[in-house]
Design a protein around this ligand. Structure first.
Ligand code: BG6
Length: 448
């Protein structure tokens, strides 16, 4: 629980992210009385939009996800929420916003940029000009944090000109997924694996995020972004760091970030020859760009320079329009004397769980070996325990000023640096781009 009641000011309240993720997450938190009673949510919008319209969108999204929508939860959201008409480039509007915030007497102000980063500059500059960057203020930023190494640095510089790093929360919602959070706890509290967590015993770490959906209605964004920037630079790099970084002695935000940064900074720059890209059939029509070189599938092999990880093959792989949606981290141990390899799998989503392949004798007269599995599923182990959505966690942690599950500037820069050679090699050309039918696995997978 959070003691004081902050104000959450959302820029981009009419956008897809607010509609599909943020407002439903706030609704869930309010329904369970997890936010302070007097919390205020202000949605800023350039165009006239009524609270009723916003709330009916939330109801639809919640119904679609949960099959039920609690009227009491919607009533709580209605009581907490208001719409504030604001033109992002009108100074007068920021003066009005500032006066309005003063009138609410809320101590903490949290500005949530639910917008593409190109829209940040005019807003951040004006917030700062109107004093809305003082010690009571925090700012939450959505990815992508830049487009490449240079633009990421520019974005970081722009924000840090107006806000201190302690006030900045860069959202990577994969860090807020329950199984991702379990990585450090699992590693810290299961010493049988600690001794094996190095290149003497681990052959390969493969992190895959497959999506069934295509690019949906994000043609413009996606065609400029592609799979490498959209998921590998952010979500998969963060999962990788949690999987292999040194475990800090305390799982406290500062220590976690230091260790993660140290790990990411020692990843070697990626070799473009060790990367694959592919595009699903029909993508070019969907984005209206007949020669688009944008990859909807990417696979990269990485190497780490620390002695602990030397020789370990690190594979990050993601794609859209694949046969199914799943995110998993596969840690493959070294096989001995022609025996099969044990694999430890963290199933991030769906059906969260952790499993270990074991090879045992099949019951019977013959001595036949069979692969089985030690299998922990969250469903059987934690039953009805409430499943917390990643965005609920993001909002909660921002309100209680806990930075642990957000990305730091140095982490962001380290990941761009690693991938920049591939970005350079893929820039404005389709060399090596292959194609795959929607709903199929690209053929070249794993052949690099
Ligand atoms: C977002 C990407 O960060 O993550 C999307 O921009 C992707 O392209 C989404 O679909 C996946 O998130 P989740 O939580 O559905 O796996």
């Amino acid at each position: 629980m959070i003691d004081s009641a902050p104000v959450l000011i959302i820029f981009g309240i009419t956008g897809d992210l607010s509609k599909r993720k943020l407002l439903p997450a706030i609704y869930h938190l309010l329904s369970q009385d997890l936010l302070p009673k007097d919390v205020k949510i202000i949605g800023t919008s350039r165009r006239e939009i009524s609270l009723d319209e916003l709330l009916s969108n939330v109801e639809l999204c919640v119904l679609e996800e949960d099959n039920v929508c609690d009227p009491a939860g919607i009533a709580k959201l209605r009581a907490a929420m208001e719409v504030f008409k604001l033109d992002p480039v009108s100074d007068d509007n920021y003066t009005a916003l500032s006066q309005h915030l003063d009138s609410l007497e809320a101590h903490e102000r949290i500005f949530y940029m639910s917008l593409p980063p190109v829209a940040y500059a005019p807003i951040i500059e004006r917030l700062s000009k109107h004093g809305l960057n003082d010690s009571r203020s925090r700012i939450l930023l959505e990815k992508p944090f830049g487009y490449d190494e240079n633009s990421a640095q520019e974005l970081i510089d722009l924000v840090s000109e107006h806000y201190h790093e302690d006030q900045i929360y860069r959202i990577d919602h994969y860090l807020a997924k329950e199984t991702a959070q379990n990585l450090l706890t699992f590693r810290l509290h299961n010493p049988i694996f600690t001794a094996l967590w190095n290149s003497d015993h681990i052959e390969r770490v493969h992190i895959e995020a497959a999506e069934k959906l295509g690019i949906e209605n994000r043609a413009d964004f996606y065609d400029k972004t592609g799979a490498l920037r959209d998921l590998i630079q952010s979500h998969l790099m963060q999962l990788l760091a949690l999987t292999l970084m040194d475990i800090p002695s305390h799982l406290k935000s500062h220590e976690i970030h230091l260790s993660k940064q140290y790990f990411l900074e020692q990843l070697m720059p990626a070799d473009p020859k060790q990367a694959l890209r592919a595009q699903y059939d029909g993508y070019r029509d969907a984005v209206g760009n007949p020669a688009s070189p944008t990859e909807t599938y990417a696979l990269v092999h990485l190497k780490h320079s620390a002695e602990r990880w030397q020789g370990v093959d690190i594979i990050l792989e993601t794609g859209k329009a694949l046969p199914e949606k799943h995110t998993r981290i596969i840690v493959e141990f070294k096989a001995h004397a022609g025996q099969p390899a044990n694999r430890l799998v963290f199933q991030v989503q769906p059906d969260e769980g952790i499993s270990l392949d074991l090879f045992v004798k099949k019951p019977g007269f013959d001595n036949t070996m069979q692969k089985t599995m030690l299998d922990l599923t969250y469903e059987t182990s934690f039953g009805d325990d409430k499943h917390i959505d990643a965005y609920e966690r993001v909002i909660m942690d921002a309100m209680r000023a806990d930075h642990a599950l957000f990305a730091s500037a140095t982490e962001v820069m380290a990941t761009w640096r690693v991938l920049q050679p591939i970005l350079d090699a893929w820039e404005n050309n389709s060399d090596g781009l292959t194609f795959y039918p929607m709903g199929a696995v690209p053929e070249a997978t794993g052949n690099v």
